[in-house]
Design a protein around this ligand. Structure first.
Ligand code: G3P
Length: 218
């Protein structure tokens, strides 16, 4: 399973890249706003800065919600760097835009997906990635992981090439459950990735090893 980081924070992206396990980055307009990135030129410059740090795909979301606007914005984003994946919302014009970009070999990520039917449509339109938001489903008492399993079954039944990018991942158990459900990618915060490291027996075991070593080497 590929690990993407879900942030527009350059320091966190660099930290994850330096860890050596990062495969890409996802952003969204809320994450860009959180970093205080405003104005078209600054936004494009910021995406380019992310591409310069990371080895892998970088999802950059369109703001337009009409077909022509999404095409215009998506083409501009895709021209920035080969790593750019145009992120398109799951709406009617979005489906048409996914098809347009897929026919031209431009990578896409269909975002705000909350049902198997939406994921089926995204795959039929040729999306490179589909982003089911598992955390936001869990927030309203729907099982996000169950949706990943459902999409996996459907995509495997028909050999769709669209990759399942489990999004809205919040904690380490989400990452583990996504891996069990055979998601192709998960995107989450750096804190969730680093939390995978933790085990009290690792900490106590290492402390014991070092203490035993020190006893005979001091
Ligand atoms: O990038 C989209 C998604 O990952 C958002 O996550 O935590 O805002 O639900 P969250």
């Amino acid at each position: 399973m590929k690990f993407f980081i879900d942030t527009a924070n350059l320091a966190q992206i660099k930290e994850a890249q330096d860890l050596g396990v990062l495969d890409g980055v996802t952003t969204n307009p809320s994450l860009m706003a959180k970093e205080g990135i405003t104005g078209k030129d600054n936004v494009l410059r910021h995406y380019k800065a992310i591409c310069d740090i990371v080895e892998g795909d970088v999802s950059a979301e369109v703001i337009a919600t009409d077909y022509e606007g999404m095409i215009r914005e998506g083409e501009e984003l895709a021209e920035l760097d080969d790593k750019i994946v145009v992120k398109i919302p799951m709406i009617k014009d979005g489906i048409k835009a996914l098809k347009y970009f897929s026919e031209r070999g431009i990578k896409t990520n269909c975002t705000l997906v909350f049902s198997a039917g939406q994921a089926l449509l995204a795959a039929k339109a040729g999306a490179t990635y589909v982003s089911p938001f598992i955390g936001r489903l869990d927030d309203i008492s729907f099982d996000g992981i169950e949706l990943i399993e459902q999409i996996r079954l459907i995509y495997d039944n028909y050999e769709f090439e669209t990759q399942i990018l489990a999004a809205s991942v919040r904690h380490p158990m989400h990452i583990i459950k996504c891996a069990e459900a055979a998601a192709d990618v998960m995107t989450g915060p750096l804190s969730a990735m680093l939390a995978l490291l933790k085990h009290p027996l690792t900490d106590s075991g290492l402390a014991q090893f070092l203490a035993d070593h020190a006893k005979v080497n001091s």
